[in-house]
Design a protein around this ligand. Structure first.
Ligand code: ADP
Ligand code: ASP
Ligand code: MG
Length: 393
C-alpha cells in the first residue's frame, strides 16, 4: 500500500485522551499496511499562550526568538504522540521540521518553503516506522528555526505529501470538513463533498481557517489529493480537487475575515502621494482604486508592515471582510444581491471588490457575523435558491 500523510490540528491533540485516540487511529492505519507520516500541531491554544508570554516580556519580541519559542508547542505534541505509539507497540519516531528537511527563506514567523529534502522520513518509513513530524516549522537558509505562518501545519502536511509522492493527504480537524460557511458561526451551513482547489484557495485566503492558503496552493501545484475531515470520526469529509464532478452551483461558499484592515492612500492631486509601494512581503487581500484613493485590504501581518515607521503612512481602518466564492460570485447580479442583502440586514458595505470568481465586502467588524448569516441565507437558504449541483452532503 502507499504512503498516507495525516495532519492532526491543535484540538485533536489537546490532552491525553485525544492524543491516545489519535495514536489508535494511526496505529490502525499502519497495521493495514500503509506507510504513515503524521504531522501534528501544538496542543489546543498553546501557540497563543507562548506568543502572549513573549509579549509580556517585550513589546516587540525578536522575530527569531518568537520562532524558536513557537515551535516548542509542536515539539510537545510530536514527542508525546511518538511515545504513545511506541507504548502501544507501533514503532514511531518524531522529527522537527528541520530534521525532515523543510528548508525556508529567512522571513521569521511567516517563512516561505524553498525546498523539501525528506531523506530521513524515507529512511524511517523503509524501516517500518511511523514518522511523526512537528508541523508549522522549518529551517532557514541561514540555519535558523522558522515558522510558516499561523495555521502552517497544514502546509507542512501537504509539502511532505508532495515530496513523498503520497497517495493522499488527510487534514483531520474539529469539524466534519469544509462547509458553505464556518459551521461554528452559521448553524445552517452545509458540508461540501467536494470543492475545487481554486475555490478553496480563495476561501482560505479570505478567512476560512479550516485550511491554510499556502497548503491549498501546494496541493494544487503538485496534484495532491487533499481530504478534510473530522478527527475521531469515520465520516467522509470534503475532497479538494481540480475539477468538481457534476454541475456546479454559482456560489460555493462564504468566508469571513474578522481581523482585516483597510489601508487608504490618497493619490495625485494637491498634497496627495504617489502610488504606495508595499513591502514585498505584504500580501494584499484585495486592492481597489476609487475617487483619487487607493484602498488595500490587509491582514494583521500586512497592517504591521504598513504601520512600520519606514513605510509611507496610510490611514488604517479595522474592518471585517465578507467574501462569497464560486463560478458565479463575480457577476453584476451577485454583487447587487449581496450588497442589497447586507444593507437590508442593517450593514454598510464600505468597499465592494468583485473578481471573476469572488466578491469581497469590507464591513464594520461589529455585527459582521450577522451579515455572514444574512448572506448565507440569501445564497444557500432561500426557497428555490441556487441548485447545489450534487456538492452538498
Ligand atoms: P485545526 O486546529 O484542526 O487546524 P482550525 O481551527 O485551524 O483547526 O480550523 C478548523 C476551524 O475552521 C473550524 O473549527 C471552523 O470554525 C473554521 N472554519 C472557518 N471556515 C470554515 C468552513 N468553511 N468550513 C469548515 N470550517 C471552517
Ligand atoms: N500551532 C500553530 C498555530 O496555532 C500552527 C498550526 O496549528 O497549524 O498557528
Ligand atoms: Mg488550522
Amino acid at each position: 500500500m502507499g504512503t498516507i500523510v495525516q495532519k492532526y490540528g491543535g484540538t485533536s491533540v489537546d490532552g491525553r485522551e485525544k492524543l491516545l485516540s489519535v495514536a489508535k487511529n494511526v496505529a490502525a492505519l499502519r497495521s493495514a499496511g500503509n506507510d504513515v507520516v503524521v504531522v501534528v500541531s501544538a496542543p489546543g491554544l498553546m501557540t497563543d499562550g507562548l506568543i502572549r508570554d513573549a509579549h509580556a516580556l517585550a513589546e516587540s519580541p525578536s522575530q527569531r526568538e518568537l520562532d524558536m519559542l513557537m515551535t516548542a508547542g509542536e515539539r510537545v505534541s510530536m514527542s508525546l504522540l511518538s511515545i504513545a505509539l511506541n507504548a502501544m507497540g507501533c514503532p514511531a519516531v518524531s522529527f522537527t521540521g528541520s530534521q525532515v528537511g523543510i528548508i525556508t527563506d529567512t522571513r521569521h514567523t511567516d517563512a516561505r518553503i524553498l525546498e523539501v529534502r525528506p531523506f530521513r522520513v524515507i529512511q524511517e518509513l523503509a524501516q517500518g516506522n511511523v514518522v511523526v513530524v512537528g508541523g508549522f516549522q522549518g529551517v532557514s537558509t541561514a540555519k535558523d528555526v522558522t515558522t510558516l505562518g499561523r495555521g502552517g501545519s497544514d502546509t507542512t502536511a501537504v509539502v511532505l505529501a508532495a515530496a513523498l509522492g503520497a497517495e493522499r493527504c488527510e487534514i483531520l480537524t474539529d469539524v466534519a470538513g469544509v462547509y458553505t460557511a464556518d459551521p461554528n458561526l452559521v448553524p445552517a451551513s452545509r458540508l461540501l463533498e467536494v470543492v475545487s482547489y481554486e475555490d478553496m484557495h480563495e476561501l482560505a485566503r479570505l478567512g476560512a481557517s479550516v485550511l491554510k492558503e499556502d497548503a491549498v496552493t501546494f496541493a494544487e501545484r503538485h496534484g495532491i489529493k487533499l481530504i478534510v475531515k473530522a478527527s475521531g470520526s469515520d465520516t467522509q469529509g470534503t475532497i479538494v480537487l481540480s475539477e468538481p464532478l457534476g454541475p456546479t452551483a454559482p456560489i460555493t461558499g462564504l468566508s469571513l475575515h474578522r481581523d482585516a484592515f483597510l489601508a487608504r492612500w490618497r493619490v495625485g492631486g494637491d498634497g496627495g502621494v504617489g502610488i504606495p509601494r508595499l513591502d514585498g512581503n505584504v500580501r494584499p487581500l484585495f486592492t481597489v482604486s476609487t475617487g483619487g484613493e487607493v484602498l488595500v485590504a490587509l491582514d494583521e501581518t500586512g497592517s504591521r508592515a504598513v504601520r512600520h515607521p519606514t513605510h509611507e503612512p496610510a490611514e488604517l481602518q479595522e474592518v471585517a471582510l465578507l467574501c462569497a466564492v464560486g463560478p458565479g460570485a463575480g457577476t453584476a447580479e451577485t454583487v447587487a444581491a449581496a450588497a442589497g442583502a447586507i444593507t437590508e440586514a442593517g450593514g454598510t458595505p464600505l468597499v465592494v471588490c468583485a473578481g471573476c470568481r469572488s466578491i469581497v465586502l469590507a464591513l464594520e467588524r461589529n455585527g459582521s457575523t450577522d451579515m455572514l448569516r444574512s448572506l448565507h441565507a440569501l445564497f444557500f437558504e432561500a426557497p428555490g435558491g441556487q441548485v447545489s449541483g450534487g456538492r452538498g452532503a
